[in-house]
Ligand binder design. Structure first.
Ligand code: MN
Length: 231
């Protein structure tokens, strides 16, 4: 097929033990999926269920021991939200729980980076969250481990350290919506397809990152996420 300008490169994420990459179609994110985080943001998880927002596919940023993540523009208060990411190998609409489970291809550690000052302004004015959540390189991610290697991942610890100090710590089993719950709910709003990524929400302890800091995110059973904030 011919294009009138050069088409963008396919956004993709490395896969543990594979030479091939995982191609990214869309990035869905779950907000307030851990009760303690909902409360730290001033919300009542009993009264306000989780909900969704998105990032563009090319917001993925490949991490690793030598990865340097540029501090974003237009913000003085960029926050880390460390999350389990689910990679879909199949999709569909109006899925039931069994079919939702079958969509999961693999898992990765990810950061839902957030320009918190712009998000606060958006919330106050009733505006969309895109400028806070969908900016360039807003989705750092570690390599994807296939479900064939991990098995079903519904428990285990999730921990983010900055310069060696624990900043976020939680348990995957504390998610308000489980992974199948999330996929079922999303499939009622969108036709899910192979290549979709889902950031499943962050545990408590979100906070700012500063230039020069080293972030290491660890989820039981997965490759860690490592990056340094440029500065
Ligand atoms: Mn998040």
């Amino acid at each position: 097929m011919a294009f009138v300008i050069n088409p963008p490169p396919q956004a993709a994420v490395p896969v543990v033990g594979e030479a091939g990459l995982f191609p990214v179609r869309r990035i869905f994110c779950v907000a307030r999926n851990y009760a303690a985080h909902a409360r730290e943001m001033g919300h009542d998880p009993q009264r306000e269920p989780p909900f969704f927002f998105t990032k563009p596919a090319d917001a993925v940023f490949a991490t690793g021991p030598d990865a340097t993540w540029p501090y974003p523009c237009a913000s003085q208060d960029v926050h880390h939200e460390f999350e389990l990411v689910v990679a879909l190998g199949a999709g569909g609409r109006d899925l039931d729980t069994a079919r939702a489970r079958d969509c999961v291809w693999g898992y990765a550690a990810g950061l839902d980076m957030t320009r918190r000052d712009l998000q606060a302004e958006a919330k106050q004015k009733g505006r969309p969250w895109d400028v806070a959540k969908a900016f360039d390189r807003a989705a750092p991610i570690g390599p994807i481990t296939p479900k064939a290697k991990t098995g079903w991942l519904d428990s285990g610890s999730i921990t983010l350290r900055i310069d060696g100090e624990v900043r976020q710590q939680g348990e995957l089993s504390d998610m308000i919506w489980s992974i199948p719950d999330i996929i079922v709910a999303l499939s009622g709003l969108f036709e899910l397809k192979p290549g979709d990524l889902i950031f499943t929400g962050t545990p408590e302890g979100v906070g700012p990152v500063r230039p020069g800091q080293r972030l290491e995110g660890v989820i039981d059973g997965l490759e860690p996420l490592r990056l340094e904030v440029a500065g």
